[in-house]
Design a protein around this ligand. Sequence first.
Ligand SMILES: NC(=O)c1ccc[n+]([C@@H]2O[C@H](COP(=O)([O-])OP(=O)(O)OC[C@H]3O[C@@H](n4cnc5c(N)ncnc54)[C@H](O)[C@@H]3O)[C@@H](O)[C@H]2O)c1
Length: 339
Amino acid sequence: MPHSFAYLSVPKLIELIQDIGIGEVMAGVADYMTDDFKRWPEFEKIPRLASHHKLGVVELMPVNDDHQFAFKYVNGHPANPAKGLQTVTAIGMLSDMATGYPKLLTEMTIATAVRTAVASAIAGRYLIADGADTMAIIGAGSQAEFQAHAFHEICGISKIVVFDIDVAASEKFIHNMTGSGLDITIATHVKQAVDRADIITTATAAKKKASVLPHDLIRPGQFINAIGGDCPGKTELDVNVLEMADIFVEYEPQTRVEGEIQQLSENHPVTEIWQVITGQANGRKDLDQITLFDSVGFAMEDFSILRYLYDEVRARGADETLDLIADPDDPRDLFSMLR
Ligand SMILES: NC(=O)c1ccc[n+]([C@@H]2O[C@H](COP(=O)([O-])OP(=O)(O)OC[C@H]3O[C@@H](n4cnc5c(N)ncnc54)[C@H](O)[C@@H]3O)[C@@H](O)[C@H]2O)c1
């Protein structure tokens, strides 16, 4: 018998998400991820391994607890859409720590967009002002709809104002969000997008120090969810914006190198979001505070969605299996498989 493990191809993952429903998936992944943030000290954590190129980055993101190991292969190439390719693509794996054998191999381009949006919305639970109902999205590329669904499902946001320098991207967003129940409008400039927003999500892609949100447009009480600055030399917010806000991060050693805060001194105070989730640190303290989640994407978030997907496919019998581990009858006689 070959040793087979679960495999989620792109069509199978799409089928699974459509069967469960995007809102339910967001809520389910949020439960898994919140549980994992609550047991943060149990994880063996290292900043991801990044191989840089002038056009982008290729990264490996490992993490484990005592039971399971996860890793993701992911790229970030902002010039790719001009070539008909995506900015971000990924593949991920979950395995068993006790044997080292794989449990699940899956597409992770869609899963990354889901987990990124869920991580932001979990942070939002603690950093958004009470009564918030409107989110501005600056940058309506691949991540945008996922962010909208997560903030709707997890934080109760009902209105979105979207702005992209390419109006076709905003129109794509409107088309994809038809039937979502969210009230959506397109803004023609940044100010119009953020004027009435309680939350500002920046999700742009450019391999440079960009400034997509002028600081004089920001109002007291807003929550800024910055996901696009995630690599050395690739940021979205200028220092003036960062200095106005109380800053929350995933894993400080990684974010110091990759996040918006790479522009600040190394001792500028930041709070890891797990500390807020476990009640060890404050989230939003008052109505006027400007809060900022400097998201770069941490491996534990991949671990959480891999656990969720594994449990869902197993419970539904929805997985295919993949024969990728050589499995000789005698475990010490590998060569016999070639005879
Ligand atoms: N933090 C994380 O965990 C995480 C995860 C995935 C992606 N990302 C990052 O998020 C960003 C968005 O990813 P994506 O897959 O949606 O990229 P994408 O290339 O599909 O979309 C980016 C969009 O931003 C728009 N844009 C660029 N500059 C702009 C500006 N100044 N104002 C308004 N719009 C602007 C582009 O026209 C495009 O539509 C990327 O930088 C990516 O690396 C972060």
